[in-house]
Design a protein around this ligand. Structure first.
Ligand code: AMP
Ligand code: MN
Ligand code: MN
Ligand code: MN
Length: 282
């Protein structure tokens, strides 16, 4: 059993990279890929744990893209953590995130909920600030009772305090990831689109833009969704990956490797992913 999608406190999770590696071992996983948003900041500490754990530790990241007017997440699996150009590109993305965050502070003040950059930073254990940390800062100030209420009223995608980031195109994300030796994969396609959205044509379009795989196993999928995405990947010739999207205490109830309980991502998906990575290298 493997898990190719999870987060640490280097983005919006709550575990340290070291703790996550140990947790992967405890869960008896054969491989674990760390995929923090927009950063490889947790990777050195994560990889340094390899001598202490049996689980194979792998490198990844998760990028936010714009597709059909919505936010689409793309995983960069098996990227080279020492690729300087990729690191610079990630740094540019973090700059865009920081601009967005500063504009969100202005918007929140206009809405009568002023918080400072320092108050948001105080909720995070790393420099990367996400809306999860905004939600905690808003709760700490007493504007909302609990962080989820901040997403309902203030900073959720359709709320007045939300400011979108300048996001990448899926084509650029795919190119960046491939140039860093990784495999670009559509993250949790089941979370994209509204009721009745049909993925068939949209996924073929993403494939034309360079996406090579899709998450067919996911911590929060229903059995029918898993079946649908597996069939779609087979039809298009895309690789299937899978993971829990574990965030520690920031997504309660989601367990590493197991998701809500029933997740089981087979080992052979990693072999297929590595085959695809090799093909890309030629
Ligand atoms: P950001 O990348 O800063 O825009 O923040 C995105 C993160 O906020 C996601 O990874 C989720 O962890 C969290 N998030 C977004 N929308 C919601 C929501 N409606 N409820 C709870 N968490 C959310
Ligand atoms: Mn997240
Ligand atoms: Mn995501
Ligand atoms: Mn994720």
């Amino acid at each position: 059993m493997i898990d190719l999608h999870c987060h640490t406190l280097h983005s919006d999770g709550t575990d340290s990279p070291e703790g996550l590696a140990l947790l992967g071992d405890q869960a008896r996983l054969t491989a674990l890929c760390l995929t923090d948003h927009d950063t490889l900041g947790g990777i050195p500490a994560f990889l340094a744990m390899q001598s202490q754990v049996k689980v194979r530790l792998l490198v990844g990241t998760e990028l936010s893209c714009r597709f059909l007017g919505q936010s689409l997440h793309v995983l960069g699996l098996l990227v080279d953590p020492l690729d300087a150009r990729f690191q610079a590109r990630l740094e540019e993305l973090r700059g865009r995130r920081d601009d967005r965050n500063r504009r969100m502070l202005v918007r929140l003040a206009e809405l009568g909920c002023p918080v400072t950059y320092e108050e948001v930073q105080a909720q995070a254990d790393s420099p990367l600030l996400s809306r999860v940390h905004f939600a905690m800062a808003l709760a700490a100030r007493g504007y909302v009772r609990r962080p989820p209420e901040a997403f309902e009223r203030l900073i959720g995608d359709n709320c007045p305090g939300f400011v979108p980031r300048e996001e990448l195109s899926p084509a650029d994300a795919a190119l960046w990831i491939r140039e860093a030796g990784g495999v670009p994969v559509v993250a949790h396609p089941g979370r994209f689109g509204g009721r009745g959205f049909r993925w068939d044509e949209a996924m073929a379009e993403l494939q034309r833009q360079g996406l090579e795989g899709l998450e067919g196993y996911y911590g929060e999928y229903l059995a029918a969704e898993q079946k649908y995405f597996m069939a779609l990947a087979a039809r298009l010739g895309m690789v299937v990956t899978g993971g829990s999207d574990y965030h520690g205490a920031n997504k309660p109830g989601l367990r590493l490797g197991r998701g809500r309980g029933g997740l089981q991502v087979p080992d052979e998906l990693l072999e297929q992913l590595e085959d695809r990575q090799q093909q890309g290298a030629h």
